[in-house]
Design a protein around this ligand. Sequence first.
Ligand SMILES: *Cc1c(COP(=O)(O)O)cnc(C)c1O
Length: 405
Amino acid sequence: MNQLGLFCSRCSAKLAFRYEQLKCSCGGTLLVDYDLEQIRRNVKKEALQTRYPSMWRYKELLPVRSPEAIISLGEGWTPLLRLQAWEHKLPLRQLWIKREEQNPTGSFKSRGFSVAVSLLREAGALKAAVPSNGNAAGALAAYAGHAGIQAYVFIPLDCPPLIVQECPLYGAHTFLVDGLIHDAAAIIEVGKQEQGWVNVGTLKEPGRVEGKKTMGFELAEQLGWTLPDVIIFPTGGGSGVIGMWKAYQELKTLGWIDGDMPRFVCVQEKGCQPLVDGLGARGKLAAAQIPDVTEASPTGMRVPNPPDLELILSIIEQSGGTAIALSKEQIAEAALALGSQGISSSPEGSAAWAGMLSLCDSGWLHPTDSVVLFNTSHAMKYAILDAKSQMPVIKNYGDFLQRLK
Ligand SMILES: *Cc1c(COP(=O)(O)O)cnc(C)c1O
């Protein structure tokens, strides 16, 4: 059986595996440590090809030890689609989009919660709580429902109605919070002792980063065990980027890939852009402050105070990446650009497209680059307006055909 441990992403200290309190004494985030030498001996990457198309094909590199504890709804192994027409237009050597909206809960959050809830089941937990702009809440609700664990989800009042309404349909105790995601998080921290909630918020437990890590594995495998030059990811709490960066460290240690790390690009919406601001102020970062984010829309990118900003910034820097903030207008235009190619994209996925266009314009992306965008969720979850009220209604068939002439 593969032994698990933890290591500190800041000071590299190694510790025994534990489920809670993933902060090192140095302040760094603790991540799951595997015996990669043993995995290298026992698993060959070619052997993965015959496995079931699910993120659990990488089970040796996931922290769930008992197979019967695995809670799966069919997550992962999402399509990687090539957008050839645009490669010529931009130009880029290759342009791909990873269709994470096809996960069972309509966003890439399924991956993290499949692992997190499996760990809860292994630990015999009865109740779990999460602060969320919506998709984490829906994913916890679905996976906890499947596992027979009670879910408590806390969502800012202004989040998209369909995402919120899905939570009670999955059987979750659903609460709206008059505030932002950190206000929701504070409620859980204060109440968890008395209520018996396990907090499965970003970087509070090991499973979510590990689940999101599988996006990195899949990308490498789908590209024939090579890496793209650039990954563009809509970033909020940062566990998506942290997970993929960790995936590539592990694949390198295993000897399954070589070459340079992809340059990680984090996209955010203007108004809530701690990564863009943090990169700008690198070296003289004061204590984390909560900026005024009233401008930014309620999406997964709206996280004013990511739990380990330092780690995300260091991944961006080490990989030669960057962070960019897009306006609402740029994001809305990008949704149409993707939609008219047949791809339903949430504002987050659209922001990745808008970021790509902007980095092509500025020359940061080169014609020799291969680029992967992440479409982290689909447009339907964000539908708010009754678009039908703006569409023509046919009352009389004959009149209508007459007018078309
Ligand atoms: C949560 C979320 C994000 C941000 O992901 P992080 O891993 O928190 O940085 C992006 N897009 C969507 C659709 C999300 O739900």
